[in-house]
Structures are given as structure tokens and as C-alpha cells.
Design a protein around this ligand. Structure first.
Ligand code: PXP
Length: 236
């Protein structure tokens, strides 16, 4: 199980003052030095946190693997091709949302997603689709020939009690198994934290966890290096 860290919220903090600190590029280096196996950032259409300069410098400095979360729009697709991250993760994007709120409707956008995935593959960029743990979305993901899916774990993370949490864990497991049977790689993320991540690690089909908010929040109190190492110890 690999841990990839989303550093968007370092940039969110910088944007709160519109200055130059804290710098997400420095954060990425600290995460890598602490043992993170990948760095994730989301270049949003409105550039509310990560901006073009961050992405350019992250591409130059990330030594593990860069996962660019993005909407499948013309502008961002062009930037991805210029940047050449190791992985792009397509996510739905709505301007009003606080964070990515649901998975992609792959079934409803097969044509467009199929085209952009081919475009990414022409440039040797691996592709992941962020989807809810639903069989019809997993099957549609296979049809558009993505390499991987990232299962949205937000519902699991928001469970109100242990029974609900266990039920939602099995929902994730079923989709992860199906994806592997269909030949796709499986990542997972959203809402994972120091209390629930080990339960999610019992889904052995998951190869990579993408975690942001909980690690950056803990870093405010214990420092980023320690926050990353503590999460790594749980994941491993
Ligand atoms: N994966 C995807 C596709 C996301 O959009 C996000 C949130 O930016 C995450 C993982 C990480 O979620 P969290 O910040 O809740 O750990």
C-alpha cells in the first residue's frame, strides 16, 4: 500500500493571505523526505489553491511521482500534456463546492472521457478516474480504457456509526475487487484520516491511498514531517 499526499491545503493557507507562504513546493519536498510515495495536487479551473507556478515547480522537483487531479476541460488537458505528470486523476469539478463532492459520472460522459484518456495515453500519461464505489461506474471506467480508478471513500469516512462504517467498507471492497477483476489498478481517497485509514487498508486490492486534509491538519500541530511519518506507519 503506497501513500500519496495531497498538498492542496498548503496552497489554501497561502491563498488566505495571497502571499508566498507556506509554499506547497517546500511541503512536497518535506513529504517526500518523510517517505511519501507520491505527491498529489489539484489544478482547479479557478486556481483557488494550486496555481500554474506551483504545478510547474512541482513537476521540476517531485522525485517520487506526481499525480495531477483535474477536470477534463480543454484548458487543463492542454496544461497536463505540457506538464507530463506520471498520473492524471480526472475528477468532477464544480465551482461552488468546498472540495470534490462526488465521483465522476463515467457512464454519462463515456465519449468525452474516452477521447481525453486516449489523448493522455498518446503522451504516455497514466490515467485514473475518481468514481463512487458503484458497479456501473467501475464497468464504465473499464469501457473508456482507464488504467486505474480511484474509489471515492467520502461516504465511508462520513459513516455515523461502526455498523454503517463496516457496511460502507464492504461497498468499497466490492468495487475494488471488480476493478481488479476487470484489469484496472485501484487507488482510494477522500476523508481518510488517522482513525479510519487502517480499516481501509484491509481492502487489499487498493494499491495507493491519496490523503490530504487530515495530514495537513495534523501538521499544524505536530509538524509536517511527523504527520507524514505517523500516517505512513498506519498505512504500512
Ligand atoms: N482524492 C481526490 C480525487 C480528491 O479530490 C481529494 C480531495 O482533494 C482527495 C483524494 C483527498 O481527500 P482528503 O483531503 O479528504 O484527504
Amino acid at each position: 500500500m503506497r501513500l500519496c499526499i495531497n498538498i492542496d491545503h498548503i496552497a489554501t493557507l497561502r491563498e488566505a493571505r495571497g502571499g508566498v507562504e507556506p509554499d506547497p513546493v517546500t511541503a512536497a519536498q518535506i513529504c517526500e523526505l518523510a517517505g511519501a510515495e507520491g505527491i498529489v495536487c489539484h489544478l482547479r479551473e479557478d486556481r483557488r489553491h494550486i496555481n500554474d507556478r506551483d504545478l510547474r515547480l512541482l513537476r521540476e522537483t517531485v522525485k517520487t511521482k506526481l499525480d495531477l487531479e483535474m477536470a477534463a476541460t480543454e484548458e487543463i488537458v492542454k496544461i497536463a500534456i505540457e506538464t507530463l505528470p506520471e498520473l492524471v486523476t480526472f475528477v468532477p469539478e464544480r465551482r461552488q463546492e468546498l472540495t470534490t463532492e462526488g465521483g465522476l459520472d463515467v457512464r454519462g460522459h463515456k465519449h468525452h472521457l474516452g477521447d481525453v484518456i486516449k489523448e493522455m495515453h498518446r503522451h504516455d500519461i497514466e490515467v485514473s478516474l475518481f468514481i463512487d464505489p458503484k458497479a456501473e461506474q467501475v464497468e464504465a471506467a473499464r469501457e473508456v480504457e482507464t488504467d486505474k480508478i480511484e474509489i471515492h471513500t467520502g461516504e465511508f469516512a462520513g459513516a455515523r456509526n461502526e455498523r454503517e462504517q463496516l457496511e460502507l467498507l464492504e461497498v468499497v471492497r466490492t468495487s475494488a475487487k471488480l476493478a481488479r477483476e476487470l484489469g484496472m489498478g485501484v487507488n482510494a481517497g477522500h476523508g481518510l484520516n488517522y482513525l479510519n485509514v487502517q480499516m481501509m487498508c484491509s481492502v487489499t486490492e487498493i494499491e495507493e491511498m491519496s490523503i490530504g486534509h487530515s495530514i495537513i491538519s495534523r501538521a499544524v500541530f505536530v509538524g509536517l514531517d511527523r504527520a507524514v511519518r505517523e500516517m505512513l506507519a498506519l498505512v504500512r
